[in-house]
Design a binder for this molecule. Structure first.
Ligand code: UTP
Length: 410
């Protein structure tokens, strides 16, 4: 482990000496803990504060990208399904559940997947997802490897919850937990927050770190030994999420594409979703706030929105391409968040509005590292019920309504 003087010199390089301010007051264990945190933090991430405002100006030329539409899928569903089921039966498909987020908007201290959205009975978000995956397991008559990404903050709760609930009937030999990395959180002037006198404020480094973390945990090579060739990455908070969907898998495999992304037709031109399109000829996702008015309203000859298809955080990536791009640096996003911290007087403060920045990489940036990505259109009311907030848009309330519409008993 590094010495006090070494820690001091690293910190002075990044103007973060205040992290050692209480060192003299700490006991031996706390001192060792603090030094080890300093040793393990990648301070170079702070350099991203300098080019924070450049992110959107670095974007290339956008063009619309055609999707495999609901009508195409209806026409070819038997062929797609057949290819998908065959791939699943041959153990070629694994799933990765991104559950390392903190769900701050939902406001629960527990992992989001532990949220009970039931009304007359318990129905947890994790349980909904497992129920959805079980449908495919039954159809293919094959267990599917499910890797669950957690963070240091929620790993213990998540693992214990799955065990306590007996994996909701899933085969535990096929569930693999892995922990994502952390990044420091800073105030608006770039100073790293402290949570206590010996604890540096840090948060999960965004969902884009999943590949590196999966690899670091040794799971990538394990999946390869099972014969996995495709990885379906999805978010924890869409309770209608269809995982390892045979038709989606079949459509991507049959198209010869390196990847696919599930999309929904935008509810209206202004909807705040990222759109799967082309950027300098390569697949890419343009965020709603990066779109010009012209892009938002542009129509095709048949009157449809040209930038029509919003992503729902459900991607299929080929393992061989992932191995190729895995070592490339992902863009780092600097985002404003509410960050709990210890103030000058040693009081722990939970802010009610954003008070600083977190650093995140995003899985959607991986799409642009591929040569090809098929947007695969799904029926919104059947596959998209995200839970971001307690009520209003994308909330527990709206998701419950959609679950009931889909005959899920709450
Ligand atoms: P969100 O961007 O909605 O973030 O995550 P969040 O942390 O769940 O919620 P807020 O913004 O704090 O309210 C989209 C998906 O990415 C995962 C989440 O668990 C969710 O499945 N995620 C996000 C991670 O796995 N790690 C992260 O560091 C961030």
């Amino acid at each position: 482990m590094i010495t006090y003087n070494e820690a001091k010199s690293i910190l002075s390089e990044y103007k973060q000496e205040h992290l050692l301010r209480y060192y003299d007051e700490l006991n031996d264990n706390e001192r060792a803990d603090l030094l080890s945190q300093i040793e393990n933090i990648d301070f170079s991430i702070l350099n991203n504060l300098e080019n924070k405002s450049d992110t959107s100006s670095k974007r290339g030329k956008f063009e619309p990208l055609d999707a495999v539409t609901i009508a195409d899928i209806e026409k070819n569903s038997a062929i797609y399904r057949n290819t998908g089921i065959e791939a699943i039966k041959a153990n070629k498909v694994a799933a990765v559940l991104l559950a390392g987020g903190q769900g701050t908007r939902l406001g629960s201290d527990k992992p989001k997947g532990m949220y009970n959205i039931g009304i007359t009975k318990e129905l947890f978000i994790f349980e909904c997802l497992i129920n959805n995956l079980m449908k495919v397991v039954h159809e293919a008559d094959t267990w599917i490897h499910l890797c669950v990404m957690t963070s240091e903050k929620n790993n213990e709760d998540t693992v214990n919850f799955f065990k306590e609930k007996n994996f909701f009937g899933y085969n535990s030999d096929y569930v693999h937990f892995f922990i994502q990395e952390m990044a420091p959180s800073v105030d608006f002037s770039g100073k790293i927050f402290m949570e206590s006198k010996s604890k540096i404020s840090s948060s999960p480094n965004g969902n884009g770190g999943w590949y590196t973390s999966l690899e670091r945990a040794g799971l990538m090579s394990e999946l390869k030994t099972y014969g996995v060739e495709w990885i379906n990455v999805f978010a924890v908070d869409n309770v209608l999420q269809q995982i390892a969907d045979p038709c989606f898998i079949g459509a991507v495999i049959n198209s010869g594409s390196q990847s696919g992304g599930k999309v929904v037709a935008k509810a209206d031109p202004e909807e705040r979703v990222g759109v799967l399109c082309l950027e300098d000829g390569m697949p890419s996702i343009v965020e709603y706030y990066e779109m010009t008015d012209e892009m938002i309203t542009l129509r095709t000859d048949d009157g449809e929105l040209a930038y029509k298809y919003g992503v729902i955080l459900n991607y299929l990536f080929s393992l061989s391409k992932l191995e190729e791009i895995g070592s490339l640096a992902m863009p780092v996003h600097v985002v404003d968040k509410k960050i709990p911290y210890m103030d000058e007087n040693g009081n722990f403060i939970k802010p009610d509005k954003p008070n600083g920045h977190k650093f995140e990489t995003l899985v959607l940036d991986m799409v642009h590292m591929h040569d090809t990505c098929i947007p695969y259109e799904v029926v919104r009311n059947k596959e998209f019920a995200p839970i971001k907030n307690p009520d209003g848009i994308d909330s527990v309330v709206s998701a419950r309504k959609l679950l009931e519409e889909n005959d899920v008993v709450l």
